[in-house]
Structures are given as structure tokens and as C-alpha cells.
Ligand binder design. Structure first.
Ligand SMILES: C[S@@+](CC[C@H](N)C(=O)[O-])C[C@H]1O[C@@H](n2cnc3c(N)ncnc32)[C@H](O)[C@@H]1O
Length: 287
């Protein structure tokens, strides 16, 4: 059985490589794809205005599957935590909402991502952003200190999702809320689960929606519900996973052989979805 630390190491190596590729040329690893023009982030739910307000690199280096900050109701003065903050697209958007009295903390395990997020925060002129190195299964964040948790396409990558949900509960203040965009999926055939490349691509680590919601509730979180859902059909999945279109380099994965890609998308079309899950920690629960 693969050890959780080995899974994290493989995922981190994939994302280190992926974010480094975005600076290989001026148009990044998604060169000549729609993603260069910010189309992938727009598909994920970011408005053109929001994207235009950010440094180009933060948009080009985004690897999310939704927009957890949209409609998240982050208030001025809030302390916001981004689990798996990557190159910082959501950190920056949240920092603008939290304002100078608020603070946004990103946690990521990949040094290359952390460096990029810090550069992007500096380029955006935001000094209320702090990025910490750590794992989301053991957050380097004080208990009951956070008003709002966001996360974008990260928890599916965790080999220990229960630990992540428990940590989410621990760091939130009583009454604090969360908005998480992530991938969920129906149970997969063994041959897909065994395809290592699909783990870093946010596919084979994904769990069913009901299991995801139950995990959050079991951790003590309340009012847990899905607000948005985009179920990918076979052609959308192919676009996400095909290095020749846009996705794989934008999802941190390497190229799947053509015939394998066709088998995977045929088997998983209609069974994988991007969801935005919201909820809160009940009042009066410090831990
Ligand atoms: C798909 S990318 C998403 C990045 C960012 N949220 C975005 O929307 O662009 C996944 C990110 O999560 C980080 N990550 C994955 N698993 C993690 C874990 N267990 N602990 C900390 N960071 C993790 C990776 O290093 C990577 O930066």
C-alpha cells in the first residue's frame, strides 16, 4: 500500500514541474491553447473583470477547477485561509475582499508554488497575504483563528481526506465558514484507479460527492451543501486531460497515451464533477 507521504511527494513533484512550465515561455505550458488567454480560468467560473484585476502570471499559473471565492461572502477584516493555495489566484482575490484590516493565509506543500504565490502577491501590491509551507492534513495554523476557509481543487489530491476535514474544523472560529471547489467522482474501475497519472490530474483521488459531504459533517461541520456542480461529459473530460488542448499541463499531470485517454474519457464521462461545497462550523465550538 502506498504511504500518504509518498502520495504527497508524487503530487508535489507534479505541481512543481507544472508551475515551472508556466514560465518556460512567455505564454506558459499551455502555449497555443485557450488557457493562454485565460479561458480555462473563465471556464472555472472567474469573471473577466476578476481575472483582469490580477497579475497575468497568477491567472496563467492557476490550476483550479472552480472559483471558491466567488459569492463566498468574505467580509472586510476577515482572516481567510486557502488550503493548497498554489500560485495564488484565490489568495489574491480573497485578499482584495478581506481588505487591509483582514489577512489571507495560503498553505501549500510545494516550494515552487509558494515562491510563485509570494511573487504574485507582491506584483499585485497586496501586503495582507502570507503563504506558509505545510500540508493540509496538519495545518500550520492556530486553532479557532480563521473566519473563512477556501480551497480550489486540492482536497481530492489528499490521501488522508478525513484528516483534512478535521483540520478544517479545528482552524475555523465558531460560526466561521468555508467554500471549497473540488472534484468528486463516482467509484472508478480498478484500472483507472491504478493509473498514476490520473491522480495528480485530480481524477483518481476524487471520492463520491456523498462521501465528501459526509466527511465534512462527521468532522463537525454544519450546513454542508453543494452550491454549484458541473458534471463533465466525455468531451469536457478529454479537453481537461488532453495535453494537446489545454488541460493536462494545467492540471499538473503528464500526457496520457492517446488510446488510454480515449478509454478513460469514455469510461468516466458523466461521472466526474466539479462542485462548490459550502458550510460552517457551529457557533460556540472552539475545537
Ligand atoms: C490543482 S493545484 C490547485 C492550486 C490552486 N488552489 C489553484 O486553484 O490554482 C493543487 C495544489 O495543492 C497543493 N497540494 C496538494 N496536496 C497538498 C497537501 N496534501 N498539502 C498541501 N498542499 C497540497 C499542490 O502543491 C498544488 O499547489
Amino acid at each position: 500500500m502506498t504511504r500518504p507521504e509518498d502520495v504527497r511527494k508524487t503530487v508535489s513533484t507534479s505541481y512543481a514541474r507544472a508551475v515551472e512550465q508556466t514560465k518556460v515561455s512567455s505564454c506558459g505550458c499551455c502555449c497555443s491553447t485557450p488557457a493562454t488567454a485565460g479561458v480555462l480560468p473563465m471556464l472555472a467560473g472567474y469573471s473577466p473583470e476578476a481575472l483582469a484585476s490580477l497579475p497575468a502570471d497568477a491567472v496563467r499559473s492557476s490550476f483550479g477547477c472552480g472559483n471558491p471565492v466567488a459569492l463566498a461572502d468574505i467580509r472586510a477584516g476577515d482572516t481567510v485561509l486557502d488550503l493548497g493555495s498554489g500560485a495564488g489566484i484565490d489568495l489574491l482575490l480573497a485578499a482584495k475582499l478581506a481588505g487591509p484590516r483582514g489577512k489571507v493565509i495560503g498553505v501549500d506543500m510545494t516550494p515552487e508554488m509558494i515562491a510563485r504565490a509570494r511573487e504574485n502577491a507582491q506584483a499585485a501590491g497586496l501586503d495582507n497575504v502570507e503563504v506558509r509551507q505545510g500540508i493540509i492534513e496538519e495545518l500550520p495554523v492556530e486553532s479557532a483563528s480563521v473566519d473563512f476557509v477556501v480551497s480550489n481543487c486540492v482536497i481530492n489530491l489528499s490521501p488522508e481526506k478525513r484528516r483534512v476535514f478535521a483540520e478544517l474544523h479545528r482552524v475555523l472560529k465558531g460560526g466561521g465558514r468555508f467554500s471549497i471547489s473540488d472534484i468528486v467522482a463516482e467509484p472508478m474501475p480498478d484500472w483507472i484507479a491504478a493509473e498514476g497519472l490520473l491522480y495528480s490530474a485530480c481524477i483518481s483521488g476524487a471520492i463520491p460527492e456523498e462521501e465528501y459531504l459526509a466527511g465534512l459533517r462527521e468532522a463537525g461541520l454544519a450546513e454542508v451543501e453543494v452550491r454549484d456542480r458541473l458534471t463533465y461529459d466525455a468531451s469536457q473530460l478529454a479537453a481537461l486531460l488532453d495535453t494537446d488542448t489545454a488541460g493536462a499541463c494545467c492540471c499538473g499531470s503528464e500526457a496520457l497515451p492517446r488510446d488510454q485517454l480515449a478509454r478513460v474519457t469514455e469510461a468516466l464521462g458523466g461521472k466526474v464533477a466539479s462542485v462548490r461545497v459550502v458550510g460552517r462550523k457551529p457557533e460556540g465550538k472552539a475545537r
